[in-house]
Design a protein around this ligand. Structure first.
Ligand SMILES: NC(=O)c1ccc[n+]([C@@H]2O[C@H](COP(=O)([O-])OP(=O)(O)OC[C@H]3O[C@@H](n4cnc5c(N)ncnc54)[C@H](OP(=O)(O)O)[C@@H]3O)[C@@H](O)[C@H]2O)c1
Length: 285
């Protein structure tokens, strides 16, 4: 029995669907029964739990061969970092109390650093809290999600520009969430001995200009990548309606990218997904 969290989101859905298609038993974790109904129809068991609720998560994890776990953002939290620490604390207790033998946790490029990476610090903290949780632990450190572009596609459609805080001509690692889900399934089916860190990039590295060109071809109109100064990120994000706490963290992340902190720990052993840029962006437009 594989237990999968985050199944109404990008990566968890791929993990649960792929395991079911391979004929494995799956128990999905959702926050209410309505969200579980579609999975029940697909043949999954449904457990209702909040990831931070140690008692409910212990029940949801009991009997698992392996579990797929994550620490999804709560943008409404007053203190984003403290809120994630609390969630991961509950999760770590549940993993131990349930006797889970193997799990894969979705982490991020740059998670090796304890500070200077904005929201990525939350998955650094999660790795620290979870690393002794089970005999087999995999931290799947994924690159920047290509799906993140979904939030600025309305701007590209309306104004023909793709804004980005930082250089637009530098290629960097970006990955399709489908590739992350598939890598997680591989890791669940081939558990680690002890703690394993898997770093996952996309099929190629792409610049913001590459993304703009791909969007241009998908939308059938010109889209130009526009570089905004990193030191204006906090003000720019707040102007766009992002709460100050999150804007501060994202500004720190953009600065961290510039300082080389949001980078692979072991560049020589990074694995790559297979999804092409156009295929990843097509469902977003
Ligand atoms: N964006 C990036 O570039 C990037 C890069 C590397 C790593 N990451 C990591 O990716 C993660 C997000 O993964 P994703 O895109 O697959 O997820 P997602 O699409 O953001 O969806 C989040 C999922 O988690 C569930 N969820 C949220 N809070 C929960 C809670 N308290 N208890 C139980 N379930 C909860 C949601 O369920 P509901 O339907 O109930 O809301 C949903 O299924 C983040 O943790 C982030 O650290 C992101």
């Amino acid at each position: 029995m594989f237990v999968v969290a985050g199944v109404t989101g990008h990566t968890g859905a791929v993990v649960a669907d792929t395991l079911l298609a391979k004929g494995h038993k799956v128990r999905v974790i959702v926050r209410n029964a309505e969200k579980g109904a579609a999975w029940q129809k697909k043949g999954a068991e449904v457990a209702i739990a909040d990831l931070g609720d140690a008692a409910a998560m212990t029940k949801a994890l009991t009997g698992a061969t392996a579990a797929y776990l994550l620490s999804p953002p709560n943008f409404a939290a007053k203190d984003f970092i403290a809120d994630r620490r609390q969630l991961v604390g509950g999760l770590a207790k549940a993993v131990k109390d349930s006797g889970t033998r193997s799990f894969v946790f979705l982490s991020s490029v740059g998670a090796q650093h304890p500070a200077g990476t904005g929201p990525i610090v939350t998955v650094h903290n999660a790795e620290q809290a979870l690393k002794t949780g089970a005999p087999s632990v995999t931290f799947l450190r994924a690159a920047y999600f290509l799906e993140n572009w979904g939030s600025v596609i309305p701007v590209a459609k309306a104004q023909g520009v793709l804004p980005h805080f930082g250089a637009v001509d530098v290629k960097f690692s970006q990955v399709c969430t489908k590739d992350i889900g598939l890598a997680a399934v591989d890791a669940l089916l081939k558990p680690a001995d002890g703690v394993r860190v898997m770093e996952l990039a996309g099929r190629e590295d792409w610049s913001v200009q590459d993304v703009a060109a791909a969007l241009s071809s998908l939308l059938g109109k010109p889209v130009q990548a526009v570089a905004a100064p990193v030191d204006g990120a906090k003000a720019g994000l707040m102007q766009a309606g992002v709460p100050e706490t999150m804007a501060t963290l994202y500004a720190e992340m953009y600065a961290g990218i510039g300082k080389g902190l949001v980078a692979w720990e072991k560049p020589g052993s990074v694995t790559r997904g297979t999804t092409a840029l156009l295929d990843a962006l097509r469902p977003l437009v």
